[in-house]
Write a protein that binds this ligand. Sequence first.
Ligand code: SME
Length: 162
Amino acid sequence: MKGATKAEQYEQLVSELRGLVADERDWLANLANAAALLGLRLPDLNWAGFYLLRAGRLTVGPFQGKPACVHIELSRGVCGASASRRETIVVPDVHQFPGHIACDEASQSEIVVPLVTADGRLLGVLDLDSPKLARFDEADARGLEQFGAVLTAATDWPAEIP
Ligand code: SME
């Protein structure tokens, strides 16, 4: 989509996501395909995927990129901060974020979006890393929040993620 605004690109991405999850409500299948879609469509990423809330901490879920830290406490890193505040966090320069966890030394900027169901249950976070400084802005935040909301609503979540 050359020439399209970021907002238009995210509309297209979310529409592709709707197609991917239309006939499937399994959480693992949908997260795996969603991670693949993000990795395929969004430029300048070195990691895209999910950390899921299990037993009070975040555990790595489906992703695209290099192997990453398996467990993240809610008090640690950008992922923990986003999950515990239930807020999207845009980090233009990861070296300036106190407590940033470096899983891949190529990462320069990052965005983390919390995944929360319509009835307020925190499921985990969506995390994207980039080798470019300041890769993510407000348009990415709004687009990825929409992506997360569609994915969350289209999926059946077990009472405890196994
Ligand atoms: N940088 C993240 C850790 C996860 S990796 O980026 C995949 C953080 O500080 O929470």
